[in-house]
Design a protein around this ligand. Structure first.
Ligand code: SAM
Length: 225
């Protein structure tokens, strides 16, 4: 699905989010820069907008964009992403504890076995490393939630179809946001799969949430040891 919309993906993102996606990725890059990681992977990096923000925020760090769509990564490369790796999030081609930071923006929602994906992320992250997950969520305030749901289910499929020619991808977007865990459920999911100290920061009234957590701190129960 992502391969088929790769060429129009960025345009659709910027239009459908009214440009807010730049702010969200900049906030993610700002948080990550505060951890000062040396080795970073942007997982499910797609066309690389977060990777580019990270390259700018952390000019002396090694940053790699990983995704299983070659079409998306080709666009990332053309936009200036330096290191790309074709990789499935469920079987990452990296050693245990290789990274100081793993970021995944709008990616986890698309992976069916989220627990397995999180355990694989925990495996490649060093014990004191940081995880950042950025995902869509639903606003808490009911009037905002109702307006957002109208936009998500009625307008986005039409606009997405006009911009990319793939209505199904944008029907899927709304459905996948509805079923994605958020709040406490999401924090528990993260902490039960190899991470500690999970916390959430809602952005733009709660239509996006950044979840952060730390590596296992050497917990013996960690997968892959
Ligand atoms: C909505 S896009 C997000 C791209 C980018 N992170 C962004 O912020 O725009 C989701 C990406 O996840 C990738 N993806 C989905 N499942 C994956 C998996 N199992 N392994 C690696 N990448 C995956 C898709 O190829 C796609 O590029």
């Amino acid at each position: 699905m992502f391969g088929s919309i790769a060429r129009r993906y960025d345009l659709a993102n910027h239009v459908l989010s009214c440009g807010f996606d730049f702010l969200w990725r900049n906030r993610a890059a700002e948080l990550i820069a505060g951890w000062n990681p040396k080795k970073v992977v942007d997982l499910a990096a797609g066309t690389g907008d977060l990777t580019l923000a990270l390259q700018k925020a952390l000019p002396h760090s090694d940053i790699v964009a990983a995704d299983f769509s070659e079409e998306m990564l080709a666009i990332a490369k053309a936009k200036g992403v330096k290191n790309v790796v074709v990789a499935d999030a469920l079987a990452l081609p990296f050693g245990n504890r290789f990274f100081d930071c793993l970021a995944i923006a709008f990616g986890l929602r698309n992976i069916k076995d989220r627990s397995a994906a999180l355990r694989e992320m925990a495996r490649v992250l060093n014990d004191n490393g940081h995880l950042l997950i950025m995902e869509f969520s639903l606003p808490r305030i009911s009037i905002l939630r109702a307006i957002y749901r109208f936009y998500l289910h009625r307008l986005i499929p039409v606009l997405g179809s006009l911009l990319t020619g793939k209505k199904s991808a944008y029907d899927y977007l709304g459905d996948s946001i509805e079923e994605f865990p958020e709040g406490e459920t999401m924090l528990r999911l993260i902490e039960s799969n190899g991470f500690r100290k999970a916390s959430a920061e809602p952005l733009s009234g709660g239509i996006v949430t950044i979840y952060t957590a730390e590596g296992s701190g050497g917990s013996p129960s960690r997968h892959g040891d």
